[in-house]
Structure formats: structure tokens, C-alpha cells
Design a protein around this ligand. Structure first.
Ligand SMILES: [Zn+2]
Ligand SMILES: [Zn+2]
Length: 624
């Protein structure tokens, strides 16, 4: 059972009341978490974890990673872990358990950076662990508690018992401020207690809880009309148009469900932050039955939503064996992200175009931009799509993200997806496509729950659908970094890749920041004038030519020429420094796709099939 939904608040209140009446811990062999949101402006979640059936000793652990492929050691955010024997008798007025005075209290000892050992020293075997954990980071990969809202990735605040991760768990969110509501794929009902507002839910296991983000605050909540199973939108933000969001998300969800045959959830939730509430960190994170998305402008929502919703199949159900079961304590190395993320990008773009949210020109332009991005990176000559996947764990280092060090498995995977699609369509006379490969993999791995063996099973599925071997394609372009044969493949779909070169001004460094205020220098190119003038990674840019630093640096650069002087005032440690240098110049190559005017009939069919998500086999079936 993964959480309860009670749309009828009265019914939910009644059931929760029953739960709380019957909540003598000794009667329930379920690990239970109580999370208090009291004083949200202090950014501290107060967690009580109740562990039943402890014989002698038990280990508890905090995840080192979740959501992002980055070691983040969430235990570093914890204050003061304490253990007590859970109260079998009522607690006294101060909330302390009433226990026999001669019983030795349980003890706790830290074992490593993530792990504690608790000794129970007798008692009835139920232990309460209490701690506070600090989070004030915005964005879908983070956790934040402040006066405005709480957004929670549960694995970032809740410990687990390593050998009991598969047990059912309960979560209660308490002390939710008066004017707030709470929502998420697990938490839906609300109950007004005497003083503490509480929301609660039950999850099949810790992993299911970890995969169910929670939003609490003042948000709008609505259902996409006419969709079954239900799709809900929980939106916290400003200046968005509900009607527009409703229309766009509905088109995306309906297309992808039609493509894959069936919705794999019984209820889905989009948790969206937009406008000011999304400042600081954007993006989207997929979950089993939900997604959390932060976009500065609602215009960016469809692009992220189409990608995240497709993850419902690709990654959440069609799962690479290298990522399951989850090990929260260390890196899980996978060569499959070019497929799990990149081909999800392929389908994000296909969905936007096939559902009418994009024109076909936008699809071509987007693919051209991905090729431009990939081909501009010197690392493209030596880092393959599989290697880029494997090294995802290095992405937390800004240097690694520079073009000399890595390629993106998002863009490369997206391109590989389209190329493979064209090859399958060409080989089968447009009777089969990559869509069939995804459906095949969903049958073989998604529905059965059996994880797939990274690139190998993608290759085998493609070969089964198209007939013949794709060994060379996977060896040269997925496992190795051979130059992609764009022209030779695009021509099969009546498309040609056009290339233009331009000189443009270059800063020599990369920086970003929130909507207002200083920019943070993320990296400085070694041979640039900026480096020579002394600019360093981590510097805060306070002033830019005497004014506010621009938010859209690429736009700013377009309006300036190489050789122009740039005056920066930066802060480094406690000092303010002036740094002046001249803009450099780089040659950029841009790629764009265009329809080939002399394409033959077969190529035109393939192109139309790709644009509409159809094959000639499907058309034949439909007309028969
Ligand atoms: Zn929020
Ligand atoms: Zn993704």
C-alpha cells in the first residue's frame, strides 16, 4: 500500500482520529516518523523516528545521496541525535516517557559519517530517535523549510534502519502552520487537531516514502480535467495561468499515455514551483507517481513536464539494473543514463511536437541546439555516452561540467535516440520505430519489474524490433566516442544538418545566481583574459560595469563585442576587489536541421512518421 488519498477531508479526519487513538506504539510493528514543522523560519525539521521490535541493538542510517547523482551526505545537516525508550504509558506533561526509574536508558553511538548504533538495554523494544535537521535549499533536488513553505525530499530528512528498509513505514507531518496545506503523492488529506495540524500517510517501504516528495505551504491544487487515472497539479508560485497549465499538461500526459499504452499509476501529482518561489534552483525530478518541477517562468513548464512524465516509464519502471536496488550510502555506477535521461529527452521533444505544443520547426531547432551543444565540447572527441553516464557522479564539481571535461548524456542521448529511431524506421520500411522499442522494453522490464542490463538490453530490444544487428551502432556511438554520422542518417529521414559559424564575444568565465543580487563565478577558462586579470571560481560578482550583474549572460554577450572592457567588482572572502579585462572572442558553430527538398518517398514517410509518432504498419492497421 503506497499512501492513502482521502479527498473527503471529513472522512480523512475520522480515519486519522482512529489511527491516533490506536497509536500505542507497542501495538504497531511499523517504523513511524513524526516530523514537526513548528517555527518553520528556523529551517529545522524536528524528527521523531519510532522503531519497534528492537532486540538489543539496531543501526540507523542517513542517506548520503538521493535524487541527484551526487554524494551530499545529508547527515551533515543533523543536530543532536537522542534516543529514548518509547512511551508505553502516557507521556508526562513535558512529553517525557514515564518509565520505571531503575531501567537503564537506551544508548546511541556514532559509527561512521552516516550511521549510528543504538543499544536498547532491555525495555519493551520500542525506541524513539529524536533529532533536528536543517534545510533551506530551494529546488526539486533539495529540501527547504522557511516561513514561505516546506518542500521535502523525504530521504533528505529521514533516517532508515538498513536491514528493515523493506518494511512498511508511517509518516506524520505535524505542527503545520494554520494557513498552510500539505500535498504530495503520499500525503493528501488534512486534519485540524486541537493545536497541531497534522497530515499522515503510510508507505509500502522506506524507498516508497523516499520517492514521494511533499509540499506544504499556500499553494493552489487542481485536477487535470477528464483524466483517468487522476492527475493533480500542486502549484506554488505567482503569475501563472491555471487554464494554460491545465491545457498543456493534459496534452502532454494524454500523448505519452497513448504512446506507451497505459498510465502506470493510479494517481499522479505534479508539484510545481514557478516565479519567485523557483528562484535559486530550477529543474525537475521524477518520482514513482509524481514529479517536482521548479521553473522561473511557466513558459518553461511544458518542456520539463514532458521529460519528467515520460520518466514514469523510462527509469521509474523501465529500470537499469545498475541503479537498483538503491544503495543510499555510495555511488551507483551506471552506463545507462544516455538512455534513461537522454532518450527521455528524445521523447520529451517528440511529445511537445506530436501533441501540437511545438511546431515541427521547433523540434528541428531543438535537435540542432543539442547537436550544437554536443559538438562544441572538446570532450566529445573522447568521452562516450556511456562514459558520460558513468561519470555522472562528478557533476557536482563545476570544473567537470566545462566543455573540456565532459559531454552531457542528456544531449548526446537525445541525439542517439533520434538517430536510432531513423535507423529502425529505415530498416523496417517505416513499419517499426523507437516507440516500439520503448513499448517492448516496458513490457519486458517495466511491467515485469525486472531491471534491464543497461545498453545491452536497449540494443537487444532495438534488434528484436528492427531485425538485424545494431552492434556497430552501439559499439561506435554509445560505448565509444566515434563522430556521429549525422548526414548519413538524417538523409534517411529526408533531413539535412546545416552548419553555420559565427565569431562572438566571450566572457572567459561562467557565472550564475538567483533572480537578484550577486552572481557566483562557477568556472574560469584557463587561457582567458578573465583568468589573467585574476578572476577566480567562487568569486561573488557584486557590480558589472557599475550596475547589477545581468541575469541572462548569453543575451548580454550578444549585445557586446570582443575587445570591449568589462569592469567587475567582486567579493572574495571579506575583501572587495576590482577586476577589469577585455572580452575575448570565440568561433561558434551552430547546427540546424532542415527538410531536404529532394527527399525520396521512403525518406518522406520516415520523416512524417517521426513527426507524428506513427509507422506505416500502424497506419495500415488503422485503416484495415
Ligand atoms: Zn512551495
Ligand atoms: Zn530526467
Amino acid at each position: 500500500m503506497i499512501g492513502f488519498y482521502f479527498r473527503d477531508a471529513k472522512l480523512f479526519g475520522f480515519l486519522t482520529l482512529l489511527l491516533s487513538l490506536g497509536c500505542c506504539y507497542s501495538l504497531q510493528a511499523t517504523i513511524r516518523y513524526n516530523v514537526s514543522l513548528a517555527h518553520p523560519e528556523q529551517h529545522l525539521f524536528h524528527v521523531t523516528m519510532t522503531i519497534p521490535d528492537v532486540e538489543n541493538e539496531v543501526f540507523i542510517q542517513m542517506p548520503a545521496w538521493n535524487a541527484l547523482y551526487q554524494m551530499r551526505d545529508f547527515s551533515a545537516h543533523i543536530q543532536q541525535v537522542e534516543v529514548r525508550r518509547a512511551a508505553v504509558q502516557p507521556e508526562d506533561d513535558a512529553g517525557h516517557a514515564v518509565i520505571a526509574p531503575d531501567t537503564e536508558p537506551p544508548s546511541i553511538e556514532k559509527i561512521d559519517k552516516l550511521t549510528w548504533r543504538i543499544k536498547s538495554h532491555g525495555g519493551d523494544g520500542t525506541i524513539n530517535v529524536r533529532y533536528a535537521i536543517y534545510w533551506d535549499e530551494p529546488g526539486p533536488f533539495a529540501t527547504q523549510l522557511n516561513g514561505e513553505h516546506a518542500f521535502i525530499n523525504p530521504a533528505m530528512i529521514l533516517m532508515y534502519v538498513p536491514e528493515r528498509r523493506s518494511e512498511q513505514v508511517q509518516l506524520a507531518l505535524g505542527d503545520v502552520p494554520e494557513s498552510w496545506n500539505a500535498a504530495g503523492p503520499g500525503i493528501q488529506g488534512l486534519e485540524q487537531m486541537d493545536r497541531a495540524r497534522q497530515f499522515s500517510s503510510t508507505f509500502a517501504d522506506y524507498d516508497a516514502l523516499a520517492d514521494a516528495p511533499i509540499e506544504a505551504g499556500k499553494f493552489e491544487q487542481f485536477q487535470l480535467p477528464g483524466m483517468s487515472p487522476e492527475v493533480w497539479v500542486v502549484i506554488h508560485g505567482d503569475s501563472y495561468k491555471k487554464k494554460q497549465i491545465e491545457t498543456e499538461l493534459k496534452r502532454i500526459c494524454e500523448y505519452e499515455i497513448k504512446l506507451m499504452g497505459k498510465a502506470p499509476y493510479w494517481r499522479y501529482t505534479f508539484i510545481v514551483h514557478t516565479g519567485k518561489t523557483a528562484a535559486g534552483a530550477g529543474g525537475g525530478m521524477e518520482h514513482a507517481d509524481s514529479t517536482a518541477i521548479s521553473v522561473l517562468s511557466p513558459e518553461s513548464l511544458p518542456g520539463v513536464a514532458a521529460h519528467e512524465f515520460f520518466h514514469l516509464w523510462n527509469v521509474k519502471r523501465i529500470r537499469p539494473a545498475t541503479l537498483y536496488p538503491i544503495d543510499y550510502t555510495k555511488e551507483q555506477y551506471t552506463r545507462a543514463l544516455w538512455f534513461a535521461e537522454g532518450v527521455t529527452n528524445t521523447y520529451g521533444s517528440y511529445t511537445l511536437e506530436r501533441s501540437g505544443l511545438w511546431s515541427k520547426q521547433q523540434l528541428y531547432h531543438d535537435l540542432g541546439e543539442q547537436i550544437t551543444e554536443l559538438e562544441a565540447r572538446p570532450a566529445n572527441r573522447w568521452q562516450s555516452a556511456e562514459q558520460s553516464s558513468l561519470d555522472a557522479w562528478l557533476e557536482k564539481y563545476p570544473l567537470y561540467q566545462n566543455p573540456e571535461y565532459s559531454v552531457s548524456y542528456y544531449s548526446k542521448g537525445q541525439i542517439l535516440g533520434v538517430l536510432l529511431d531513423i535507423l529502425i524506421r529505415d530498416r523496417t520500411d517505416n513499419a517499426k520505430s523507437l516507440d516500439d522499442v520503448l513499448r517492448e522494453m516496458n513490457n519486458d522490464f517495466g511491467v515485469s519489474g525486472k531491471p534491464y542490463r543497461d545498453s545491452l538490453d536497449v540494443q537487444l530490444a532495438a534488434e528484436k524490433i528492427a531485425g538485424g544487428s545494431f552492434e556497430d551502432f552501439f559499439k561506435h556511438y554509445v560505448a565509444r566516442a566515434n563522430p556521429l554520422p549525422y548526414q548519413a542518417i538524417f538523409v534517411l529521414a529526408g533531413l539535412e544538418l546545416r552548419q553555420t559559424s559565427r565569431q562572438r564575444a566571450a566572457l572567459g568565465f561562467a557565472a550564475d545566481g538567483a533572480l537578484k543580487g550577486p552572481l557566483v563565478v562557477r568556472s574560469v577558462d584557463a587561457n582567458s583574459a578573465a583568468a589573467e586579470a585574476g578572476l577566480q571560481t567562487g568569486d561573488l560578482i557584486l557590480k558589472w560595469n557599475g550596475g547589477e550583474p545581468p541575469r541572462r549572460i548569453a543575451d548580454w554577450l550578444r549585445q557586446h563585442k570582443s575587445g570591449e572592457l568589462l569592469h567587475l567588482v567582486i567579493r572574495r572572502d571579506d575583501a572587495e576587489l576590482k577586476i577589469d579585462f577585455r572580452l575575448g572572442e570565440i568561433a561558434e558553430t551552430f547546427y540546424d536541421l532542415a527538410e531536404y527538398s529532394r527527399a525520396g518517398e521512403k525518406a518522406r514517410h520516415i520523416r512524417e512518421g517521426l513527426l507524428h509518432g506513427t509507422t506505416d504498419a500502424a497506419t495500415l492497421r488503422a485503416t484495415n
